[in-house]
Write a protein that binds this ligand. Structure first.
Ligand code: 13P
Ligand code: SF4
Length: 368
């Protein structure tokens, strides 16, 4: 049985949850939250469904949730409403006594899956041959624990979309070059904002195992891993051009996981936190086309009815893996905890945790 087949057998949610009314599910979750009190902590990423966010003890972007998980020392159970790499990060940052649970094991991240540790070790060996000991690895937190540990072992750090600029600046105070994993777009957009030319960036393709340079190889400063977010790649320049014609008064704001051309064509770009705060502080009556995950865009539209908020892509759907966590899976996890058989616990081994924490600490200790 391969891993996916094993996951499929594990995640057979009992029929009773399908048959239960939404009200009953909501009442049961509220009752368990009351019963477990501080023993339970439910962080919810901004891209989660409304029905899940309703029960989150806190909401945030990747950086905020990492910081809050680290700060929480009371909760015995952290039921992480987000995706697998976030639950791994929470496990690395919390104590051995705390258990981190992901309500649906299929809530992965296609971007994190685009860099595995064997590909990374191989790329590192090849890049050292080309550039010697001049490279510092940085990884977006949207990566496996093994990649974070790789960065930790090699003097590097993690970054999020909220602190990417500060971390890239820091990386250049350590080494002449950097390897940015696994999102080429966040890496390119951030480096360009800091004045690095496109010709000074190269792309490492882990499938063809080659370095693709825009300019002379020896002038390369940033090596971008060829990975991307399948959600944010669905925003295009054609959509922006269309909107400029039909709705010139609309401000276009996008996440830096979007492609370089989209970020350049938009009016504003920034992390999930930046997008939320910018729209919150905007004048009533203003119009916003947003290039990020759909659950968040819909929630912003509901939260700020005095402003017009809509998706830059009119046929956009939510991030499928974020969306796997629903009321049924949340309730199922909580009931299993109460029954004394918590399931879908995410654990990162000790060695990986120690090295991964070096990378996380270098990020969390720095002001963004
Ligand atoms: P942030 O929460 O860092 O903005 O990341 C967005 C994202 O894609 C999370 O998966
Ligand atoms: Fe991964 Fe993109 Fe979904 Fe975030 S939005 S979890 S980066 S696939």
């Amino acid at each position: 049985m391969n891993f996916l087949e094993k996951v499929a057998t594990l995640d057979r949610i009992p029929e009773r949850y399908r048959d239960m009314s939404v009200n009953e599910k909501r009442e049961r979750i509220a009752a368990i939250k009351q019963q477990l009190g501080k023993r339970l902590f439910i962080p919810g990423h901004h891209y989660q469904r409304d029905e899940v966010i309703e029960f989150a003890d806190t909401t945030g972007d990747s950086l905020q949730l990492a910081q809050l998980s680290k700060a929480n020392r009371d909760a015995e159970y952290i039921v992480f409403c987000g995706v697998h790499f976030m639950a791994e990060t929470a496990d690395m940052l919390t104590t051995d006594k705390q258990r981190v649970i992901l309500p649906d094991l299929k809530a992965g991240c296609s971007m994190a899956d685009m860099a595995d540790i064997n590909q990374t070790e191989h790329a590192w060996t090849e890049l050292q041959k080309l550039f010697g000991d001049t490279i510092l690895p940085l990884t977006y937190v949207n990566s496996t624990a093994a990649i974070k540990a790789f960065c930790g072992r090699n003097g590097g750090a993690t970054v999020t979309s909220s602190n990417a600029k500060a971390m890239v600046r820091w990386a250049f105070s350590q080494k002449e070059r950097l390897l940015f994993l696994p999102d080429q777009h966040l890496g390119r957009n951030t480096a360009y904002d800091l004045g690095i030319k496109l010709e000074e960036m190269a792309v490492w393709d882990p499938i063809s195992r080659e370095l693709i340079c825009e300019g002379p190889m020896e002038e390369t400063k940033v090596i971008l891993w060829k990975g991307h977010c399948s959600v944010h790649e669905k925003f295009t320049v054609v959509q922006i051009e269309g909107l400029r014609k039909t709705s010139p008064q609309t401000t276009i704001i996008v996440h830096p996981e979007c492609t370089f051309d989209v970020v350049q064509a938009a009016d504003l770009n920034g992390s999930t936190h930046f997008i939320i705060e910018t729209i919150r502080q905007a004048e009533p009556g203003t119009s916003w086309a947003v290039g990020t995950e759909m659950n968040l865009v819909n929630r912003l539209a509901q939260q700020f009815p005095d402003k017009e908020v809509f998706s830059l892509n009119s046929t956009m759907c939510p991030c499928l893996t974020m969306n796997r966590i629903d009321l049924d899976h949340l309730l199922w996890s909580l009931e299993e905890i109460v029954e004394g058989r918590p399931h879908f616990q995410i654990t990162v081994d000790k060695q990986t945790t120690e090295a991964g924490n070096l990378a996380l600490k270098r990020m969390l200790d720095r002001p963004s």
